[in-house]
Design a protein around this ligand. Structure first.
Ligand SMILES: [Zn+2]
Ligand SMILES: [Zn+2]
Length: 119
């Protein structure tokens, strides 16, 4: 697995909205970064925090349906289907987001996940 840079993750989190205050500026608490790839994202406006999961190889192993779904996700930029999952966040019990990259044109975007709503 490619190691994600904290800065890249922070930049891409700006495409999400805080579940509490709807602002889009987030930081990563670097002290929270654990061996298992779980980081803590923090809203810089209201300090709401949420888990950021970066170990996607492990996740895809434990969620066998997800790789099939990733193949079906259409790119917002080129319309081709098929993306790579870079990391995911659980913003609230109702909202889980996948941060993905198009396999064809390498356009990064955010895909809402409905799979884990009841997790
Ligand atoms: Zn907030
Ligand atoms: Zn694309």
């Amino acid at each position: 697995m490619t190691q994600l840079a904290v800065k890249d993750v922070q930049d891409r989190l700006s495409h999400a909205k805080c579940a509490v205050c709807q602002h889009s500026r987030f930081g990563i608490d670097s002290r929270s970064m654990k061996e298992d790839g779980e980081w803590k994202g923090i809203c810089l406006n209201c300090y709401y925090h949420f888990p950021v999961y970066t170990d996607m190889a492990f996740y895809l192993k434990t969620q066998p349906d997800v790789p099939y779904r990733l193949k079906e996700i259409p790119c917002l930029n080129c319309d081709e289907r098929g993306v790579t999952l870079d990391f995911r966040i659980v913003m609230s019990v109702r909202e889980s987001l996948y941060f993905v990259t198009c396999r064809t044109c390498h356009h990064p975007f955010v895909e809402r996940s409905y799979l884990e709503v009841f997790e």
